[in-house]
Design a protein around this ligand. Structure first.
Ligand code: SAH
Ligand code: SF4
Length: 460
């Protein structure tokens, strides 16, 4: 159990927009959840057994138990819904038919009330509502940046808080989704100091983030009750499709919650469900090597790897999972990643830490390794977001540029993430520690001071 991090960087790269927690310098988000949240959360739910720097364990829970005994259907696949309907008394044929209809309403139409399921008999709808619910994570706080970036502090039914961020851009909109409350790993540049891993998010809590974002953006198809195949493409896209991409880069290590992340993303990718292409989904891992192959085989999304260093010594220090799965093993797993190709490159995330991993030699070694392993790669350079007490500083803008140039001149794309959502980032980084105790004016003063400091740092 360690410090977790969630640096979400609302940043834009050439093909992935990536929230990184705690990226104040870069103008990205600083979202450290802190002790008050954890104490509150832990008082509700016993800790689950979660692996630390060990291999993942299967997590059986697919449903968050509710006090009223009803079952939340969100997060469940069609077959499981049919099973539950049969257990509740429907005969097998009815259960299957109703599950198909309900699945469509839940994931494709986004309805949150059984009463709106107009192709289901009127008498059947209260029967469903007595036994089941259509859940969404509860919104504790929603913030809107002047640049359009939106951030939500969410809460599970049993009281755990976590976050998601939406980053709109001219040609796409990216949702940064959390996979765990906290994180077992303790990458040293990642802020959360006091936050332990509380628990894995369930499939419903993961897919629920995407559904909530669609609710907030008004992006559910508005057609009649017909099934997807009867909809015209134009009707489906009428709302503008603001949410086009998903990155599993919120709180937590998604490959340490593999089953739930896979099940949630299957619902997101299901053509009869949320119907988002796997090419528009990117999963970021700190390097859980034994799960990478399964990620490619069973989920098939784009892969991003938090590389951050090119020598054992430095990576051991800043991404400690490297002591378990070393650089060679990690790069070999990347080379073998199912589906990776020049058209679907692996993204290597590289946080720029002053006097730590940012020299010309490091850049040259990065190029050498990518070539040695023949990796279809692109590199995302992430300006480090400093947080109080952090053991590192961000590299200077000149250093970041020099590093980027070396990689770029070797023929590998190496964009620097563009800051987004600076105003709400700075404010959130401050207010998460004691939000309840501070007045609005105090928060605003702190936010203004943080933005000023950030601007100075970035300029200097
Ligand atoms: N656990 C996963 C995904 C979540 S972290 C992973 O580690 O890949 C998403 C990205 O933010 C990772 O690349 C992570 O290394 C980066 N990150 C974390 N803290 C940061 C900070 N303070 N500044 C910049 N990037 C950070
Ligand atoms: Fe942060 Fe990701 Fe490392 Fe966890 S694995 S500590 S979320 S960078």
């Amino acid at each position: 159990m360690l410090r977790s991090v969630f640096a979400r960087c609302a940043c834009v790269t050439d093909n992935v927009k990536i929230p990184i927690y705690s990226c104040r310098l870069a103008g990205s988000f600083a979202l450290p959840l802190t002790r008050p949240y954890i104490r509150h959360a832990m008082s509700h739910t016993p800790l689950m057994t979660i692996p630390g720097q060990t291999d993942p364990v299967p997590v059986a829970r697919d449903i968050t138990p509710r006090a009223d005994g009803r079952i939340d259907l969100i997060g469940l696949p069609k077959l499981r819904i049919a099973e539950l309907f049969a257990e509740a008394g429907l005969d097998a044929k009815q259960a299957k038919l109703r599950a198909k209809q309900v699945f469509h309403w839940l994931y494709h139409r986004g309805v949150t009330d059984f009463a709106a399921m107009t192709d289901i008999a009127k008498t059947m709808r209260p029967w469903l509502a007595e036994r089941f619910v259509i859940g969404r994570p509860e919104v504790v706080e929603a913030q809107h940046s002047t640049d359009g970036t939106r951030k939500w502090l969410l809460q599970t039914a049993d009281g755990h808080e976590f976050e998601m961020v939406f980053i709109p851009d001219a040609d796409r909109g990216t949702l940064c989704v959390s996979s765990q409350v906290g994180c077992t790993l303790n990458c040293r540049f990642c802020h959360t100091g006091t936050m332990k891993l509380v628990r894995n998010l369930t499939p419903g809590e993961i897919v629920g983030q995407v559904m909530l974002a669609r609710d907030a953006l008004g992006e559910w198809p508005k057609g009649a009750m017909d099934f997807a195949e009867e909809e015209s493409e134009a009707e489906y896209r009428a709302d503008g499709r603001l949410l086009t991409n998903i990155v599993m880069m919120g709180m937590g290590e998604p490959l340490y919650n593999f089953d739930n992340v896979r099940d949630a993303l299957r619902l997101v990718m299901d053509g009869e469900g949320l119907a988002l292409s796997k090419r528009r989904i990117t999963l970021s891992t700190s390097g859980v090597v034994p799960m990478m192959d399964r990620c490619g085989e069973e989920i098939g999304v784009n892969l991003a790897v938090s590389l951050h260093a090119v020598t054992k010594e430095i990576r051991d220090e800043i991404v400690p999972i490297n002591k378990k799965y070393g650089l060679e093993e990690l790069l070999a797993a990347c080379a073998a990643y199912p589906g990776a190709s020049n058209a679907r490159r692996i993204t290597f995330e590289y946080v720029m830490l002053k006097d730590k991993n940012d020299t010309d030699d490091h850049a040259r070694e990065l190029v050498r390794l990518i070539k040695q392993y023949n990796l279809p790669a692109k590199v995302n350079l992430i300006p480090f977001n400093p947080w109080p007490g952090a053991p590192y500083e961000c590299s200077t803008p000149e250093r970041v540029r020099a590093f980027s140039n070396i990689v770029f001149e070797a023929g590998i794309s190496a964009p620097v993430r563009t800051p987004r959502g600076r105003d709400i980032d700075a404010a959130c980084g401050q207010l998460k520690t004691a939000a309840q105790k501070k007045s609005r004016a105090e928060r605003d003063r702190e936010a203004a001071a943080a933005v000023a400091a950030t601007t100075q740092e970035a300029a200097g």
